[in-house]
Design a protein around this ligand. Structure first.
Ligand code: P6P
Length: 340
């Protein structure tokens, strides 16, 4: 039986070996992991915990909040505000940023999260998850404002998610590859179960909400149509389709066995670049995918290069197996050569 490496030991050794994880960042990641354990417990209780159903309130996105959305948000805020590692937090579930109260010491990191992604799946017992992204507070900043959060995804110092499925698995990068930790419920610890995660460059599996097909732009229609033509078509191979409607679950599958995930712009709301949020969904997932050898673009440019203008701005997302993402991106460039 090989020796079990806990998340704590992994972070300590990474800090000692690579110096990639300063002690304050290690503390941050351990606190987030502990919060995800608490969220996992609440999710696992389901109806027995009285946590299912709607909270009868809307979030800044105009979406109905589930009780577990609010519980998960509160767990992350309460777990992180006192440790002295954070200056402020931002959440999909909060209109504005949450600055660490004066009664606690302020740290140098900014934490952004979607506390419970995939909420439409909560009540039907399908995998959901927590997505998080870590930035450094700009050195010149004095009082923390929303502007301090508006950094390109390439500036992240850590990113990850925790998927609450048949296993509870924490997936993490600090810029030195991707590692996966599975929750050992008997010990209450996250145990290293995979490191140096790699996404195959090719795939036969695409993930997209097909019900939106009539609303897509031409390059996306072209790509999916070619996949659907299978062996007889220009791709010369058959494809399979998956759509969990939980980005965390779809991305976890792609990190585990490859694939391409797409939530593209569509003409239902032409002024909205896409459905998914840049800062706390697309950026952390894009960094994880790139760290595992995949690619992530908005059809025109690398997602991690996009300079955010607003905290809750949205973006079109195409990520996963590099050769497929490159193909979809090339179709977009062929269709509008003058775009950036
Ligand atoms: P649709 C969940 O609400 C989410 O933000 C992502 O996790 C998921 O990929 C997408 O929306 C699902 O959207 O339109 O298929 O329900």
């Amino acid at each position: 039986m090989s020796k079990k490496v806990s998340l704590t030991r992994y972070l300590v050794e990474q800090q000692r070996v690579d110096g990639l994880i300063p002690s304050q960042l290690r503390l941050l990641l351990e606190v987030v992991a502990r919060a995800c354990k608490s969220i996992s417990q609440a999710v696992n209780k389901g109806a027995l915990g009285g946590v299912l159903g709607s909270a009868e309130s809307e979030n800044v996105q105009g979406e109905m909040q589930k009780k577990l959305d609010i519980i998960a948000n509160e767990v992350l805020i309460e777990a992180n505000e006192w440790g002295g590692h954070l200056a402020a937090m931002a959440s999909e579930e909060m209109d504005s940023i949450y600055v660490v109260p004066n009664r606690y010491p302020q740290g140098e990191y900014l934490l952004l999260f979607d506390p419970l992604d995939g909420s439409s799946n909560i009540d039907v017992n399908v995998s959901i998850g927590t997505i998080f992204s870590v930035l450094k507070k700009p050195s010149e900043s004095h009082g923390i404002t929303e502007t301090d959060f508006l950094q390109a995804g390439a500036k992240q110092v850590a990113a990850g998610y925790c998927v609450y499925g048949p296993q509870t698995t924490l997936v993490l990068t600090v810029g030195d590859g991707v590692a996966m930790f599975t929750l050992d419920r008997e010990q209450g610890t996250f145990v290293l179960t995979q490191e140096n995660v790699k996404i195959p460059a090719d795939t036969k599996e695409f993930a997209i909400n097909m019900s939106n097909m009539r609303h897509w732009d031409a390059p996306v229609k072209r790509y999916i149509d070619e996949c659907l033509q299978g062996k007889e078509g220009p791709r010369g191979k058959d494809f399979n389709m998956r759509w969990v409607a939980s980005m965390v679950a779809d991305v976890h599958r792609i990190l585990t066995r490859g694939g391409i995930f797409m939530y593209p712009w569509d003409k239902r709301e032409p002024n909205k670049p896409g459905k998914l949020r840049l800062m706390y969904e697309a950026n952390p997932m894009s960094w994880l995918v790139e760290q595992a050898g995949g690619a992530a673009t908005n059809g025109k440019e690398r997602i991690l290069d996009v300079q955010p203008a607003k905290l809750h701005e949205r973006i079109s997302v195409i990520l996963g197996s590099k050769n497929e993402v490159d193909r979809v991106t090339s179709y977009h460039r062929e269709a509008s050569p003058n775009d950036a």
